[in-house]
Design a protein around this ligand. Structure first.
Ligand SMILES: [Ca+2]
Ligand SMILES: [Ca+2]
Ligand SMILES: [Ca+2]
Length: 222
């Protein structure tokens, strides 16, 4: 018993040391601006990517560039974001070179907005084919607070892969079977992220209709 206690003690100390090593030194919370795009997108489909922002204080305005592979993706629209209950309007978005768009946003007035949310929503259309991929990166970013001072931030991009989709193949393994029923249930329950194949009936949302559709496909009815 004594030996077990000793081993448990060592394990606890090691765990504490390991835990301690990964805890960042507490300072002012770092503001992060990051793209949140789906991992996989289907050819000829539309998808949105949020420009998320975390823990900003007294935000007023920003400009940044979004760059992607213009042979794979097309940016159709950029719509306003939301931090708390405050809308973050998009005043200008303009393609400054092929696949690079400059976005300028300003909250009217100078009251300042604090909290987490998203600056904007990027509305993309997939023009590439299965096997293509594109990064969606952020550069030349500047966040202004309501004193016209820079809010330093870490800017993080994302990437998407274009995959051909068999509607109903929710887990993307090439077959439609009971695994896909469970996968869609997990998606509806919020346990798994939505996959392109989960929308079995192709109506744009993943819900109980897709479970029925998958069951009918497996059963040879559809
Ligand atoms: Ca303003
Ligand atoms: Ca499957
Ligand atoms: Ca559906």
């Amino acid at each position: 018993m004594r030996r077990i206690t000793k081993i448990l003690g060592i394990v606890t100390i090691v765990a504490l040391l390991l835990g301690g090593a990964v805890v960042p030194v507490a300072a002012t919370p770092e503001v992060t601006v990051s793209i949140d795009a789906p991992d996989e997108v289907a050819p000829d489909s539309d998808f949105t990517a949020n420009v998320n922002i975390s823990e900003v204080v007294d935000f007023d305005a920003c400009n940044y560039d979004v760059t992607f592979d213009a042979s794979v993706l097309r940016l159709d629209n950029v719509t306003s974001g939301l931090i708390g209950s405050t809308a973050i309007p998009v005043d200008i978005y303009n393609e400054i070179s092929s696949g690079t768009w400059r976005i300028i946003q300003n909250v009217p007035g100078i009251s300042g907005v604090s909290g987490s949310g998203y600056l904007a929503v990027l509305h993309f259309h997939v023009i590439g084919s299965a096997g293509d991929s594109s990064t969606i990166s952020l550069s030349n970013g500047m966040l202004a607070n309501n004193l016209a001072e820079e809010i330093t931030a870490t800017w993080i991009g994302d990437s998407v892969s274009v995959t051909s989709v068999v509607p109903g193949d929710a887990n993307g393994d090439g077959n439609i079977n009971a695994l896909d029923i469970t996968k869609v249930e997990r998606t509806i329950g919020g346990l798994d992220a939505e996959t392109p194949g989960a929308d079995a009936n192709q109506d744009g949302s993943v819900n109980a209709l897709d479970i029925t559709k998958i069951e009918r496909i497996i059963g040879g009815l559809d």
